[in-house]
Design a protein around this ligand. Structure first.
Ligand code: SAM
Length: 490
């Protein structure tokens, strides 16, 4: 294993997987093979007519030692790709998974520029593996093919969209093998396999195999289904994850989504992230601090700080009273912009803790430093990282919420025939259709957790719960269970 796993994205592929991918990619002993990130050389060692590129000098030396017949280029793959005009019969490997925070500087620039020249625009939030696949694909000759390990986020990450568009636009067959069991037991991320064949053609469908575990066969597993590119692109907003569902459940879900009384959360509500104070210990006061500094009520808002504060489907005055009785740091110091700051509040701002808080990154970058932005008292708070299912709690206590939650407020009263109400939204959210939709629109975080980004939450489908038949309910529950198994909920 290389020395700096996270920076280099170096997690070596199990031998059986490397073996299968090379066997699937290479058709003829004379084929030329490219591995864009050869690591210790376990792909190129399996085929003599290979070129491996590897940035880490020690790993490049390992590649040479392991694959003496291959050509190993030490350096950045994108710089090499921009300079070398060769095309290969096939490509195979396991690209580095380096998240955008670390995938920075000259390498990222070279990667994104190279892809832009091919017409593929990745945002700055892209992880390294997606440009690696595009750039490797661009090196495959017409009629050639490739076989790669990819993170399962190819099924939901926004940057998987431009990658998949490039593949279906440049290969006659694009095949993803979704594998439920982990290929890399040490990685929290699941991995799938990507095969693309007949470079130089286009695909009207994406082939998907859903399998329980990796099976090192001579041939790739048969397709579980052929997904129309048009349906993937338009109906499913370029996400493959929903295709993990059994087709009968997915058809039911699509039928429900097309009903006149169905709505997406974003159509009836505004969804935003809760506030970031920048210095939690300073901005959250205990009732005893409030008394000691005599802070006036109008500068305090009770805050739901984390999911431990939620005990049920409603947060009300009784909850706030309970937090107060325990002297929890529950009051956010909220000084509206332009407000006259009374002496008592000024004294608190000038404490040693206040001096320390104003030096924090967030406080230094806002004016005035003591005004926490985005403080809302939303109608609902939504936990966006959850085990079983994201909870939407009614906020009757008129609390605000931190960025441990999404803040949800009504924007329209159109929802089915009866109009919208707290009760109807809560019922639709917690219904089997709502819970299945969270599974489909959200994404796994590792460790069995499900995350709903604000954009994903806005797409959650809400169906008036009284409209769902018992038979459909059973199917929807089956779909939830399937999706929870894919994200390893214990
Ligand atoms: C996930 S490992 C894969 C190694 C090997 N192919 C395997 O599967 O066992 C990724 C490799 O990419 C290399 N790497 C990272 N960034 C690179 C870059 N810009 N150019 C070339 N190689 C790079 C890392 O050093 C690491 O060895």
């Amino acid at each position: 294993m290389a020395r700096d796993d996270k920076t280099l994205g170096a997690y070596y592929t199990p031998e059986a997987v490397a073996d299968a991918l090379v066997r699937w990619a290479v058709r003829d002993a004379a084929d030329s093979l490219l591995d864009p990130s050869s690591g210790d050389g376990r792909f190129v060692a399996r085929h003599p007519n290979s070129v491996g590129v590897e940035r880490d000098p020690a790993s490049a030396a390992d590649s040479r030692g392991r694959a003496p017949e291959a050509t190993i280029v030490e350096g950045d793959f994108f710089t090499w790709a921009a300079a070398d005009r060769r095309r290969f019969d096939c490509a195979a490997g396991n690209p580095p998974f380096i998240r955008y925070q670390r995938f920075a500087g000259a390498t990222r620039r070279a990667a994104l520029d190279y892809c832009r020249r091919l017409g593929v625009v990745f945002s700055g939030l892209s992880s390294s593996w997606a440009p690696f696949i595009v750039a490797a694909a661009s090196k495959v000759r017409p009629g050639g093919r490739m076989a790669f390990v990819v993170p399962a986020e190819i099924g939901h990450a926004p940057y998987a969209g431009p990658l998949m568009e490039y593949l279906v636009g440049n290969f006659g067959c694009v095949h993803l093998i979704a594998i439920k069991d982990k290929i890399f037991p040490k990685l929290s991320e699941d991995c799938w396999l990507l095969l693309a064949d007949r470079a130089g053609s286009r695909s009207g469908t994406i082939r998907l195999s859903r399998v329980e575990r990796f099976d090192p066969r001579a041939m790739p597993p048969p397709a579980s289904e052929e997904i129309s590119v048009e349906a993937w692109r338009v109906r499913w907003r370029r996400r493959l994850r929903p295709f993990l569902l059994p087709p009968r459940v997915r058809s039911l879900y699509e039928r429900m989504a097309a009903e006149a009384d169905a709505a997406r959360l974003g159509q009836i509500a505004q969804v935003g992230i809760g506030y970031v104070s920048g210095a939690n210990a300073f901005f959250h006061l205990r009732p005893s601090d409030v008394r000691r500094f005599a802070i006036p009520d109008e500068f305090l808002v009770p805050s739901i700080r984390n999911s431990r504060y939620l005990t049920g489907a409603v947060v009300d005055d009784a909850d706030v009273e309970r937090w107060v009785a325990k002297d929890e740091p529950v009051f956010l110091l909220r000084i509206p912009p332009g407000a006259r700051v009374p002496g008592a509040v000024r004294a608190y701002l000038d404490t040693a803790e206040g001096q320390q808080a104003r030096a924090s990154y967030k406080c230094r970058n806002r004016t005035p430093w003591y005004t926490v932005p985005d403080v809302r008292r939303p109608a609902f708070v939504l936990t966006y990282m959850s085990g079983r299912s994201p909870a939407l709690a009614v906020n009757r206590g008129r609390c605000t919420c931190t960025n441990a939650f999404l803040a949800v407020d009504f924007r329209s009263d159109l929802f089915g025939n009866g109009g919208i109400s707290e009760r109807r939204l809560s019922a639709a959210w917690g219904s089997p259709a709502g819970r299945l939709s969270c599974e489909l629109e959200g994404h796994p975080l590792g460790g069995g957790m499900l995350k709903l980004e604000p954009g994903e939450a806005r797409h959650v489908l809400l169906v008036p719960d009284d409209a769902v038949t018992e038979r459909d309910r059973v199917l929807l529950e089956e779909g939830i269970e399937v999706m929870q198994q894919w994200r390893h909920l214990a």
